[in-house]
Write a new protein. Structure first.
Length: 340
């Protein structure tokens, strides 16, 4: 009798023994700190502008989740593609998109990445291989799978990274995408950003299976849970998943266990959780403070770290100034980029 075929998911499955993440070099720590600070300060400023009425419509901030996209971006190479949902400003900045262009899009100005017509949830950069934030829950998963199909069809070794949240993980199109990706061995990493709350509903109330790394098990897709608040752990997991995809083994799922400090959107008072819960995560797990503490322990001065923060704040303030004084789109833009 033939031996049972070994499952690829089992082959790649983590062993539940939490090993410490690989250490970063000082240069890696500084790069991660700067990139996460840029996202944090940008989002804080976006929140201020929204409160002033300079940003209209929807606005979903990424504060608290910075280590996820920064760590993953450190594992990618030029040519790899990124696509995500509507909590997207952090992903744009991590991909290398200019803070002025992102902020100008938030305020609906012509200097924005979608010329002021897309707003917070819909902007793109072909140059940086960022294929958009998307307002339809889970839509980016199918599109990200399509990007991976295109890479497979063209015969290159680029990988598509599709980010989505714990709420979107329950969408039907996600599982159709999983099936296709594994069937055709497409090079796509599905990053589930589990921030514990699907809008205002705890994962324990909205998901029958709360270990999202197992969501691909029925399709034989390997998955791994990752400390999404530690940029080192994220990069290590990203390296592993991307190597799997580049080797032609098919898709990989990474569940990033993270947390957002603000409400689901700027209109959400977040009364479904306690202030104590948020403060505990901030105190114990903040991704930026973890890096700062490691740098201080490595004999970097507080003054040097403050200088990095000051430099980032200058970039963000300049972006906010540009976004408030740039001209609005010309009326003729109403008739461009329209499919007929």
């Amino acid at each position: 009798m033939a031996a049972p075929k070994k499952s690829l998911a089992k082959e790649a499955e983590h062993d539940n023994v939490e090993a410490p993440p690989p250490e970063f070099t000082k240069d890696q720590e500084l790069a991660a700190l700067r990139d996460m600070l840029l996202i944090r300060r940008f989002e804080e400023k976006a929140g201020q502008l929204y409160g002033m009425g300079a940003i209209g419509g929807f606005c979903h901030l990424y504060i608290g989740q910075e280590a996820v996209v920064v760590g993953m971006q450190m594992a990618l190479k030029k040519g790899d593609e990124v696509i995500t949902g509507y909590r997207d400003h952090g992903h744009m900045l991590a991909c290398g998109m200019d803070a002025k262009g992102v902020m100008a899009e938030l305020t609906g100005r012509r200097g924005g990445y979608s010329r002021g017509k897309g707003g917070s949830m819909h902007m793109f950069s072909k140059e940086e291989n960022f294929f958009g934030g998307h307002g339809i829950v889970g839509a980016q998963v199918s599109l990200g799978t399509g990007l991976a199909f295109a890479n497979r069809y063209r015969g290159n070794d680029f990988v598509s990274v599709a980010y989505f949240g714990d709420g979107a993980a329950n969408q039907g199109q996600v599982y159709e995408s999983f099936n296709m990706a594994e069937l055709w061995k497409l090079p796509v990493v599905y990053v589930i950003e589990n921030n514990r709350y699907a809008m205002g509903t705890s994962v324990t109330r909205s998901s029958a299976q709360t270990d999202f790394s197992k969501r691909g098990a029925s399709f034989n897709i390997p998955g791994e849970q990752v400390d999404g608040m530690d940029v080192r752990a994220v990069k290590a997991a990203g390296d592993k998943a991307i190597a799997w995809c580049r080797a032609g083994k098919g898709p990989y799922i990474l569940e990033m266990q993270t947390y957002r400090y603000r409400g689901h959107s700027m209109s959400d008072p977040a009364k479904y959780r306690t202030r104590e819960e948020v403060e505990k995560v901030r105190h114990d797990q903040d991704p930026i403070e973890q890096v700062r503490n490691r740098l201080l322990a490595a004999d970097m001065s507080e003054q040097d770290l403050k200088a990095i923060d000051a430099e980032v704040r200058e970039i963000v303030n300049a972006a906010a100034d540009f976004a408030q004084h740039d001209a609005e789109p010309d009326v003729s833009e109403l008739y461009t980029d329209v499919y007929r």
